[in-house]
Design a protein around this ligand. Structure first.
Ligand SMILES: *Cc1c(COP(=O)(O)O)cnc(C)c1O
Length: 376
């Protein structure tokens, strides 16, 4: 069993993917070829945002977004401590300071109730992360930002395809950033990412920053980066968009199967009403996480911990805050465990993972109980 099964996806989509790749090899425009604009139009239409700007990675999407807002030395950005390090890294790289507000225990996302008390005269933006594929409480976060004149950047690296009250992730605030890292719900075959905004001026700034701050050939209006996404990678994402909604539905079906098996027996990261998750991860909450992960490993079931150390406790970031700044994130880092889940996972494997986990925590397995009852 693979934790992320990219081989089955390639087998299923092979003809689409191969012909898209071949088309790029035939026209030879490897940088900013026609597939780049095609993908940007396709993804903008999908999310409802006016602009999509593809970039070289999810990390670069965050960096370029912060640069477009002019965030730098002396500025503060409020974010969650419970994310992949890139969230805080982009802020620090620009000389700004990440200010960590703790997470909500149920969803593991930024707790809006703790954001306002972190706002100072130096705060410029709030950066919630749509962790495991589920958007944070964006209405509450946007309302706080509006009251204080701040921008909201959604780190939607795990949540492309998710919704919040019917609106798509990446189009829930001023700016949304996603990643096409291969193991994300919508992945390419290397590094890639995209920025979404409906603000025309920000979109222009982002397009220029993506290409060394260039407004016309060899005219560099601002300081930028080399942040373009390869034409080949855009072609692969275009091919995968053909069945992306089907894949999301498969993820949701498998998650519902796990939910039914675990109901009342195993702690889960709560998926809220009026939101859908892209289910980048299906994550359970266990008191004896390390012991149970070892039992699953011994049974041949791969799992992962997202994330074992909150960002504010990482050696390179610990000087920015106090260890007791985010007690909920600290607690959850010791309890969360992500299970295998993917659109091409077969029902037998889903059952095997579910039953092995139930046995590991000492809970009964519904199927075998019924079988035992039948035998009696
Ligand atoms: C994956 C990820 C990123 C970084 O994306 P890359 O494309 O790998 O640079 C940023 N934030 C979160 C929450 C992620 O999961």
């Amino acid at each position: 069993m693979d934790f992320v099964d990219l081989k089955s996806q390639y087998q299923a989509l092979r003809t689409h993917i191969d012909s898209r790749i071949q088309a790029v090899l035939d026209h030879g425009q490897y940088i900013m070829g026609p597939e780049v604009g095609q993908l940007e139009q396709r993804l903008a239409a999908y999310t409802g945002a006016r602009h999509c700007i593809t970039v070289s990675s999810g990390t670069e999407a965050l960096l370029i977004s912060l640069m477009a807002l002019g965030i730098g030395r002396g500025d503060e950005v409020i974010t969650t401590p419970f994310s992949f390090i890139a969230t805080a890294e982009a802020i620090v790289l620009l000389g700004a300071t990440p200010v960590f507000a703790d997470i909500d225990r149920a969803t593991c996302n930024l707790d809006p109730a703790l954001v306002e008390e972190r706002i100072t005269s130096r705060t410029r933006a709030i950066m919630p992360v749509s962790l495991y594929g589920q958007p944070a409480d964006m209405d509450a976060i946007n309302a706080i930002a509006f009251r204080h004149g701040l921008h909201v950047i959604e780190d939607a690296a795990q949540s492309f395809g998710a919704t919040y009250q019917g609106k798509h992730s990446c189009n829930l605030s001023h700016i949304g950033c996603t990643s096409f890292f291969p193991s994300k719900p919508l992945g390419c075959y290397g590094d890639g990412g995209a920025i979404f905004t409906s603000d025309d001026a920000l979109a222009t700034a982002m397009r220029e920053i993506r290409v060394h701050g260039q407004s016309r050939r060899y005219v560099h209006t601002r300081v930028g980066v080399g942040g373009r996404m390869d034409t080949l990678q855009c072609a692969i994402v275009l091919a995968k968009m053909e069945c992306f909604d089907w894949e999301l539905a498969r993820r949701a079906h498998i998650a519902a199967t796990y939910d039914a098996l675990f109901s009342g027996k195993i702690g889960l990261v709560t998926r809220m009403r009026e939101r859908t998750s892209a289910l980048a991860q299906y994550t359970v909450v266990l008191e004896e996480r390390d012991r149970i992960q070892a039992v699953l490993h011994a049974a041949g079931i791969p799992t992962a911990v997202h994330y074992p150390v909150p960002m504010h406790m990482q050696p390179a970031y610990a000087h920015l805050c106090q260890p007791d700044d985010a007690p909920v994130a600290m607690a959850m880092a010791g309890k969360v465990l992500s299970l295998p889940l993917g659109p091409y996972m077969d029902p037998g494997s889903v059952q095997e993972v579910g039953e092995t986990l139930l046995r590991a925590v000492g809970e009964s397995v519904p199927g075998s109980d019924e079988q035992i009852m039948a035998l009696l």
